[in-house]
Write a protein that binds this ligand. Structure first.
Ligand code: ATP
Ligand code: MG
Length: 449
C-alpha cells in the first residue's frame, strides 16, 4: 500500500532506537548550563511576526527569505521561531525579569524553523541549545558564555573544533565601517551577486556573511571592522581576550565574522569544525546590547549563543564519540499460563515502582517466543514464572550476561532483586576497571542510570 504522505522536506524523525542520544545531549547541555547559573526558560513555538522582523532584522536572510510566516484564523501574522533569542527577550520584558537580580541567565533547548535549502547540517526544522544573559556589559560575561560552550564541547569529547572571535563594535564605530565597506564593495559592485548588490545600500555588513563563492572571494580584501573600533569597544574586546586567556581557552581572531542576525554588537564568536563539511559552524553567538531597548525595554546590555544540536550530533558522529547506550530493560518476566501472567504483571509493576525498567509478556506468546523477545530487548535479567513457582513462592532469576541463576522469593521480590542487580552492577564495574577502561566509567554508569 502506498503511503499517503511522508515527512516534510527538511524535517527529521528521531526514532526510539536513537532518542536516548538526543535525551543525553539535551540533558547534558542544560545541566552544564545549570552549573554556570543558567536556568531553563520555555517560550512558545510561534510569536507575532514583528518580534522577529524587529529583532532579527529585516535585512537579514532569516527575515527576508527563511521565515515560516502565516496568518492564523484570526488574521494575525504569526511566525514559527527561526531562533530562540527573540522569544526569550520578549519573555524577559513581558514578565519584568529585569526587575529581578541581574544578570538574569536563561537557557533553552528549542526547535527552530527556517525555509532553507535542506542539506547535511541544514534543515527546515532543527534544534538549538541556547543561553542568554541579561543585564551586564562586562567582558567577563562574554568570556563566561564562551567558556560554557567550550566546557560542553570538552565534556562531550569534541576535540576537532576551534573558537573564532571578533568584535563588530557599537553602532557608533559601525557607521564609519559601513562607509568604508560601501566604498570598497561599490568598486566591485558588478562582481557581486544580486542579493549582495541589494545589501550594499541596506546593510553592507551582510555581504560579509554571503555564502556565494565569488562574493566570499571579494570579501577577502574588504576592510575589517577591527580597524574601525572606538576606544571603548577596543578595550572591551581586549578584556574579553584576557578573560579567555585566564581560563586557558584557545581562540583565533577572525575579523570577518559578522553573524547572520542584525542584533549583534561588540563580541561575536563561532565554534567551527572542519569535520562536518560546509555547515561547520556548530555554535554562534555574541553580544546584543541594543536588542532589549529595540523591543521596548530600558537599555539592558545582553548576550548569548545558540548551538545547533543536529550539527553537534553530526560532529560527534563523525569524530566517533561514543555516547552512553540506551538504558536496557532490567528485567523481563516471562510466564506460563494465565495465573503466572497475573503474577508477572504484579511483579513488573512492583519493579517499575522501584524505578527499574521491567517488562512482561503482553502479547500472549509461547515461552520460547517470550525469551527471544527478552533477548532482543537486551534484558539484563529474566525470570520465568510457572505454576510450580507460584506454589513454591519463589522464582529463578537469570543474569543474562553471566548466566548465573539466583532464586528469589516472590515476597519482597522488587527489593531483593534491586539488591542483587546492584551487586551485579558493582561486580561489572569492577571488571570494567580491571580491564583498564576506568576512564570510561562515567559512560558505563550512564548506561546503567
Ligand atoms: P549558517 O551560517 O550556517 O546559516 P546562521 O548564522 O544562520 O548559520 P545562527 O542563526 O547563528 O546560524 O544559528 C545558530 C546555530 O544554529 C548555527 O551555528 C547552526 O549550528 C544552527 N543552525 C542554523 N541554521 C540551521 C539549519 N537550517 N539547520 C540546522 N542547524 C542550523
Ligand atoms: Mg543561516
Amino acid at each position: 500500500m502506498a503511503l499517503i504522505t511522508k515527512a516534510v522536506k527538511g524535517t527529521q524523525d528521531v526514532l526510539p532506537r536513537d532518542s536516548h542520544k538526543n535525551q543525553f545531549i539535551e540533558s547534558t547541555v542544560l545541566e552544564i548550563a545549570g552549573e554556570f547559573g543558567f536556568k531553563e526558560i520555555r517560550t512558545p513555538v510561534f510569536e507575532h511576526t514583528e518580534l522577529f522582523t524587529r529583532s532579527v532584522g529585516d535585512t537579514t536572510d532569516v527575515v527576508q527569505k527563511e521565515m515560516y510566516t502565516f496568518n492564523d484564523k484570526g488574521g494575525r501574522s504569526v511566525t514559527l521561531r527561526p531562533e530562540g533569542t527573540a522569544g526569550a527577550a520578549r519573555a524577559f520584558l513581558e514578565h519584568g525579569l529585569g526587575n529581578e537580580p541581574l544578570p538574569q541567565k536563561v537557557s533553552y533547548v528549542t526547535s527552530c524553523y527556517r525555509y532553507e535549502k535542506p542539506q547535511a547540517g541544514r534543515l527546515r526544522e532543527f534544534h538549538q541549545f541556547g543561553v542568554e544573559c541579561y543585564g551586564t556589559e562586562s567582558p567577563a560575561a562574554d568570556a563566561e558564555i564562551i567558556s560554557l560552550a567550550n566546557e560542553i564541547f570538552g565534556f562531550l569529547g569534541v576535540d576537532r573544533i576551534h573558537l573564532e572571535i571578533n568584535s563588530i563594535g557599537c553602532p557608533e564605530c559601525r557607521k564609519k565601517y559601513h562607509d568604508a565597506l560601501r566604498d570598497y564593495f561599490t568598486s566591485v559592485k558588478d562582481e557581486l551577486c544580486e542579493d549582495c548588490r541589494g545589501r550594499l545600500d541596506r546593510n553592507p555588513m551582510r555581504i560579509l556573511d554571503c555564502k556565494v563563492p565569488h562574493c566570499r572571494e571579494l570579501v577577502k580584501d574588504a576592510p575589517v571592522i577591527l580597524d574601525y573600533l572606538c576606544g571603548d569597544c577596543r578595550a572591551h574586546f581586549e578584556s574579553v581576550q584576557k578573560y579567555l586567556d585566564a581560563m586557558n581557552i584557545m581562540y583565533d581572531i577572525n575579523p570577518k565574522i559578522v553573524r547572520g542576525l542584525d542584533y549583534y554588537t561588540r563580541t561575536v564568536f563561532e565554534f567551527v569544525s572542519d569535520a562536518i563539511g560546509a555547515q561547520g559552524t556548530v555554535c554562534g553567538g555574541g553580544r546584543y546590547d541594543g536588542l532589549i531597548e529595540e523591543l521596548g525595554g530600558k537599555h539592558t546590555p545582553a548576550l548569548g549563543f545558540a548551538m545547533g544540536l543536529e550539527r553537534l550530533m553530526l560532529l560527534l558522529d563523525s569524530l566517533g564519540v561514543e555516547l552512553p547506550e540506551a538504558k536496557k530493560c532490567d528485567m523481563f518476566i516471562a510466564s506460563i499460563g494465565e495465573k503466572a501472567s497475573f503474577k508477572a504483571a504484579e511483579l513488573a509493576l512492583e519493579l517499575r515502582q522501584s524505578g527499574l525498567t521491567a517488562e512482561f509478556d503482553v502479547v500472549g506468546r509461547s515461552l520460547k517466543a517470550q525469551m527471544k523477545y527478552a533477548d532482543k530487548l537486551g534484558a539484563q535479567f529474566t525470570a520465568v514464572i510457572g505454576d510450580d513457582d507460584l506454589e513454591a513462592g519463589s522464582v529463578k532469576v537469570k543474569n543474562m550476561k553471566t548466566g548465573e541463576v539466583t532464586e528469589l522469593p516472590l515476597k519482597d521480590f522488587a527489593d531483593l532483586f534491586m539488591e542483587m542487580s546492584l551487586r551485579a552492577a558493582a561486580a561489572g564495574l569492577q571488571d570494567y576497571i580491571e580491564d583498564g577502561k576506568a576512564v570510561d566509567v562515567s559512560k558505563f554508569l550512564g548506561g546503567l542510570i
